[in-house]
Design a binder for this molecule. Structure first.
Ligand code: 13P
Length: 247
């Protein structure tokens, strides 16, 4: 199974989101590929209604881009895991580098979110990745391993988990990690998961994935899918990336 996940981030209005989903529906996808879309919270209802109207409900899962670690309460501006489920989500992203950086989220906070999301019934895509300084100083693997160890709670359900390896320096920069970088890091992540008793957890790559590099990335044995930002906003590009997973 290969996962093609779209992280729309803080993009798209209702009309363009609907149009994008309709065009995504025109892409023939076999049983080998699972698609997930992570829209902004305000587009979730539209995404749910649209994918039902166009017959995508069984072929395209929905996810929130974040959730709070608490079940409910005085958390202005936040969204709970239960609210995401009520909005039609099966998934949630936690630990994206944009949240770690811009919202100062610690691995401990992310672990608490992950635990709450799984307890409420969501599958969780946990993002990890080193920054440029960490890579250049030879600490990429140690950084990512420490992020995994800090962001995975003691109680974790491996059947409701995916990891997205997203090197920060490759996000939105057009710089993709080399296949060797990706292989090395994915191998290290798979090894860490196995040693933690978490078998068969998919590990996705994210960071400037586009139709030109998708074939090479998805052909790597250790890569179980991709998490796509910029290119996921364009129907032709995300459909081409999806088709690369069919090969
Ligand atoms: P880009 O594909 O725009 O580099 O973004 C990657 C990402 O952050 C997906 O979560």
């Amino acid at each position: 199974m290969t996962i093609i996940a779209s992280n729309w981030k803080m993009n798209l209005d209702r009309q363009s989101a609907e149009q994008l989903l309709v065009e995504m529906a025109s892409c023939p996808v076999g049983d080998k590929v699972k698609r997930i879309v992570f829209p902004s919270f305000t587009l979730l209802d539209l995404a749910r209604a649209t994918r039902e109207q166009i017959g995508l409900a069984n072929h395209l899962a929905l996810g929130g881009q974040d959730c709070h670690a608490a079940a409910n309460g005085a958390h202005t501006g936040d969204v709970s895991a239960a609210m995401l489920i009520e909005s039609g989500c099966q998934w949630v992203l936690v630990g994206h580098s944009e949240r770690r950086q811009n919202h100062k989220e610690s691995s401990a906070t992310i672990a608490a979110k992950l635990e709450m999301a799984q307890a409420e019934g969501l599958s969780v895509m946990l993002c990890v990745g080193e920054n440029l300084a960490e890579r250049q100083s030879g600490h990429a693997e140690a950084t990512v391993t420490a992020m995994l160890s800090g962001s995975l709670p003691h109680k974790v359900d491996g059947a409701k988990l995916a990891i997205a390896y997203e090197p920060v320096w490759a996000i939105g920069t057009g710089m993709t990690a080399t296949p060797e970088n990706v292989m090395e890091m994915h191998q290290a992540i798979h090894k860490y998961l196995k040693n933690s008793g978490l078998n068969d957890v998919p590990v996705l790559y994210g960071g400037s994935v586009n139709p030109e590099n998708a074939n090479t990335l998805l052909a790597l044995e250790q890569v179980d899918g991709v998490l796509v930002g910029g290119a996921s906003l364009d129907a032709k590009s995300i459909n081409a990336i999806t088709l690369a997973a069919e090969i």
